[in-house]
Design a protein around this ligand. Structure first.
Ligand code: FES
Length: 111
């Protein structure tokens, strides 16, 4: 049975591989989950829409913590990649995805 009551606007991934972890990505991941939960942005909250997943290496190890996001837009699948991600930036990206706004340019790079 497919759960149809969950609305998803985007999927965030935070690298949890060695180099990003050495730069605090595990704390970033936990802090972001706590914020998505507390601010009702997570998909399992009423009105929430975001998924968040730990990932393996995202290929920008010297620039971690790395965050990437995927979301469906009118023109197709959009992706955003962020280097040296801290909590304020991660939350800003999450809010933009949830609200359907443009992704922030700060520390955004193309893979
Ligand atoms: S360790 Fe995070 S991008 Fe490679």
């Amino acid at each position: 049975m497919t759960p149809t009551h969950f609305k998803t606007s985007g999927h965030l991934l935070v690298c949890q591989h060695v180099n990003c972890k050495a730069r605090g990505s595990d704390l970033l991941y936990r802090a972001l989950w706590n914020a998505l939960d507390a601010q009702k942005l997570a998909y399992f909250k009423i009105g929430g829409s975001l998924r968040l997943t730990e990932s393996g290496c995202l290929g920008a190890c010297s620039a971690g913590p790395v965050l990437c996001v995927y979301r469906q837009r009118a023109g197709g699948l959009e992706e955003g990649w962020y280097a040296a991600t801290d909590f304020p930036l991660a939350l800003k990206v999450a809010r933009a995805v949830h609200e359907g706004a443009e992704l922030p340019d700060d520390r955004k790079y193309g893979p």
